[in-house]
Design a binder for this molecule. Structure first.
Ligand code: OSB
Ligand code: MG
Length: 384
């Protein structure tokens, strides 16, 4: 399929000047999850988040990296991010150059999108704070309420799964995603579907299947799922195209998409009909906006994924969803789904009709709580 490339939606953002940054620190925090989060690859029982703290003329901006301490979702880890950021990316951050110039300096470093995103997002948050405007306004987008979605991890029993879905329905989430893996899929989806015939339901396999499983995966077509996320390998685009030709249910790609170029390849090959955009996975807010705009111009809806972030990363995802193209509910759920006690105020809560308000105020609109950071901190390192 031939697709069209819309005029650059980030041209004005690329002309913004990098502000002077006097002090740069990495702070690692560890927050226990309210319950372990299981995927086909790994079970996480806490969130170890790498935070970047930027200070400029008394203004402090916090940015959260989406990586984990392990390489089970992505090849990047908190350690590789610190290494690449310290040695290769942060030294190129120079006051007065444009964000566009910074992006081209970053392009010399192959991959490491999560490290790049942490820095680029931090600078955008700092710029928004300096101007006294919310991040979405810096991105030139009006405030709007954001749709919600819950991602339910793999459970030990169907009863546990059903009770998690009960909770999601009671809270009025706009759609529910359940993790699946080989051997824990069709029967589990059927159980949920029988109880909730009209629920906007989807599955995420985190790459657990191969093209030998096409006939098996086709059974999922019986359940009216809104999409099936990343059924095949985390690196694959080509075989997803063959699967999409065989399946009625739209395929959504997550792990396979790291750039606008990947998105274009996937859409032109017919490898997916939906894209999960995680700003951290694609190298930051600017590339996320480019992908969303390209997808919208070609009839491919996108949504914001999540990485079980603390309130800092979740706020970034909320602001991002004001951009064009984010027409589907994302993996943006209430703080209480992840943590008893977050490191920011105010927690994310759903309105009676399942929407999420953009936190008001400059920057992210959330207040990073110093005492909570100290309580959860496992490491701190001054870089500049
Ligand atoms: O595949 O989308 C995924 C969490 C960690 C790693 C990968 C994924 C997820 C989620 C949870 O599905 C999304 C969230 O609630 O933040
Ligand atoms: Mg996913």
């Amino acid at each position: 399929m031939q697709t069209t490339m819309p005029p650059s939606p980030t041209a004005a953002l690329e002309r913004l000047a990098v502000p002077p940054v006097e002090r740069i620190d990495f702070v690692t925090v560890r927050l226990p999850f309210v319950s372990p989060f299981g995927t086909s690859v790994h079970v996480w029982s806490d969130k170890e988040a790498l935070l970047l703290r930027l200070e400029s003329a008394g203004i402090v901006a916090w940015s959260e990296c989406v990586s984990d301490p392990d390489p089970y979702y992505s090849p990047e880890t908190n350690e590789t991010v610190r290494h690449i950021a310290k040695e290769f990316l942060l030294p190129t951050v120079e006051a007065g150059i444009t964000l566009g110039e910074l992006e081209s300096r970053f392009r010399r470093v192959r991959g490491h999108g999560m490290a790049k995103a942490t820095i680029e997002n931090g600078l955008l948050i700092l710029l928004a704070l300096q101007r006294g405007v919310p991040l979405h306004a810096l991105l030139d987008r009006p405030a709007r309420r954001i749709m919600s979605g819950l991602s339910i991890g793999l459970k030990e029993t169907k009863a546990e799964l059903l009770s998690a879905v009960d909770h999601a329905v009671a809270r009025r989430y706009h759609r529910v995603k359940m993790k699946v893996k080989k051997g824990q899929d069709v029967d589990w989806v059927r159980a949920v579907r029988e109880r909730f015939p009209d629920l906007a339901l989807m599955v995420d396999a985190n790459g657990d299947y191969t093209s030998a499983d096409i006939d098996h995966l086709k059974q999922l077509d019986a359940f009216g799922l809104v999409m099936v996320e990343q059924p095949l390998s985390y690196t694959d685009i080509f075989e997803h195209a063959a699967l999409q030709r065989e399946m009625k249910t739209p395929i959504c790609l997550d792990e396979s998409i790291h750039s606008l170029a990947d998105a274009k390849a996937a859409v032109e090959l017919g490898a997916c009909r939906v894209i999960n955009i995680k700003q951290g996975r694609v190298g930051g807010l600017l590339e996320a906006i480019r992908i969303a705009s390209y997808a919208a111009a070609n009839g491919v809806p996108v949504w914001s994924g999540g990485m079980d972030e603390t309130g800092i990363g979740r706020a970034v995802n909320i602001h991002l969803q004001t951009a064009d193209g984010f027409t589907l509910p994302g993996d943006t759920s209430e703080t209480s789904n992840y943590f008893d006690e977050d490191i920011v105020d105010a927690p994310v809560v759903l309105s009676d009709d399942g929407f999420i308000e953009i936190p008001p105020g400059p920057g992210l609109g959330v207040r990073v709580l110093p005492d909570r950071i100290l309580k959860r901190m496992v490491r701190m390192e001054r870089v500049r």
